[in-house]
Design a protein around this ligand. Structure first.
Ligand SMILES: [Zn+2]
Length: 377
């Protein structure tokens, strides 16, 4: 009898979840009749479930539109700000803290300096304090907070509770529990590049699987198969920065020569020249000859790297990281160069620019909480 009750309750939940997810997929909303028709449910069932969802403030009626035929039915929409999740990108000296609503839209962001430390517990105490300041200063309601995702610049174990290697964030102990225990909210840990890729995968409706290539001071990335990161045997999948694109070429920070990172790091067009990335692209546009030569070489090697990724994975390659925001004018040339190296593809329109050039990592590490909320509602 109890089993039967549970089954009925679960069935009711699934119906409510289907209605909610149907509305979630349509930012412009749907009428009650559309919901009933599309999901093959009776109007009373739709009505009952919508009442519950509206009472819980998860769905709102978006006004009543007039039309020539008279009053039109109210459109029902997901209340995207009913909950939010926080994502934090941790580096040796900064926390980049972001709050995202249920549509993964940024509602608050702050970059906060912290004292460098190698003690996970001490790092956790600092992060907990920074989080509380962030929530208070932006007037965010803690009761609506789903959880805090923490992105780290290193390789995590399969259970994602130990940080195995992190050259830029050395910690005394790989155990992340002391860090998590300092945070009074549900937490998850993720790799930073995989998080950036996860946000990009979520934003795409045209690709089930993507390779995410992040172009910043470091060049890295992630492989997402149907939204799940493929981490590889050692957690090093997506370390695209160390694909060799020029045997015997420029020295790389890894100690080898000719790596993609040596050619396509943002440092090559900024720090190495003693200018900012903005200045480089301004000079390039103004026709600076030295910049044009350097940029042609940059694109050439980037195309070699991308063509290799494509040859192995045969999926969409999304270009992210903060350099991505400058790439739109150069995309046709980049595609031409990549296509020239590919016997199977003469357009290379599999190369796409990211949706989130700025905050993909904190957005992506907030996303697991939103996905769980949507699945379990
Ligand atoms: Zn290297």
């Amino acid at each position: 009898m109890e089993k039967l009750q549970q089954t009925a309750t679960e069935r009711r939940r699934l119906t409510r979840n289907r209605i909610y997810r149907y509305l979630y997929e349509a930012p412009e909303g749907h009428s009650k009749q559309e919901i009933a028709d599309h999901l093959a449910l009776s109007l009373p069932t739709v009505h009952q479930n919508l009442s519950e969802l509206m009472q819980a403030d998860l769905v709102r009626a978006d006004g009543v539109q007039e039309s020539t035929g008279g009053r039109r039915a109210a459109r029902l929409c997901v209340a995207e700000n009913a909950r939010f999740a926080v994502g934090v990108s941790v580096s040796a000296q900064h926390f980049r803290i972001l709050a995202a609503n249920l549509r993964l839209e940024e509602i608050a962001y702050r970059k906060d300096a912290h004292e460098p430390t190698t003690d996970p517990a001490a790092l956790g105490v600092q992060l907990a304090a920074a989080l509380e300041r962030f929530l208070t200063d932006f007037g965010l309601n803690r009761e609506k907070l789903l959880g805090v995702g923490i992105a780290l610049p290193g390789v995590l174990n399969a259970a994602r509770d130990r940080l195995l290697t992190a050259p830029t964030l050395p910690l005394d102990s790989p155990d992340l529990q002391p860090l998590a225990q300092a945070i009074p909210y549900p937490t998850v840990f993720r790799n930073d590049a995989a998080s950036g890729g996860y946000a990009e995968w979520f934003a795409r409706t045209d690709a089930d699987s993507i390779a995410y290539l992040s172009l910043e001071d470091g060049v890295g990335g992630a492989v997402l198969l149907d939204g799940t990161p493929y981490t590889g045997a050692n957690g090093r999948s997506g370390e695209f920065g160390h694909i060799c694109v020029q045997p015997g070429g420029l020295p790389c920070r890894c100690g080898r020569q000719g790596c993609l990172e040596a050619y396509c790091s943002s440092a090559r067009i900024s720090t190495d020249l003693g200018i900012t990335v903005e200045q480089f692209f301004a000079g390039l546009e103004a026709g600076n000859l030295a910049y044009r030569t350097l940029w042609a070489d940059y694109l050439q090697h980037l195309a070699v790297g991308i063509a290799s990724i494509r040859m192995v994975l045969d999926c969409t390659v999304v270009l992210g990281g903060y350099l991505a925001q400058y790439l739109a004018p150069h995309l046709p040339e980049l595609r031409r160069l990549a296509a020239a190296r590919d016997p199977f593809d003469d357009t290379a329109d599999y190369i796409r620019l990211c949706h989130y050039p700025k905050h993909a990592v904190p957005l992506g590490v907030a996303l697991p909480f939103i996905q769980t909320f949507l699945a379990e509602l």
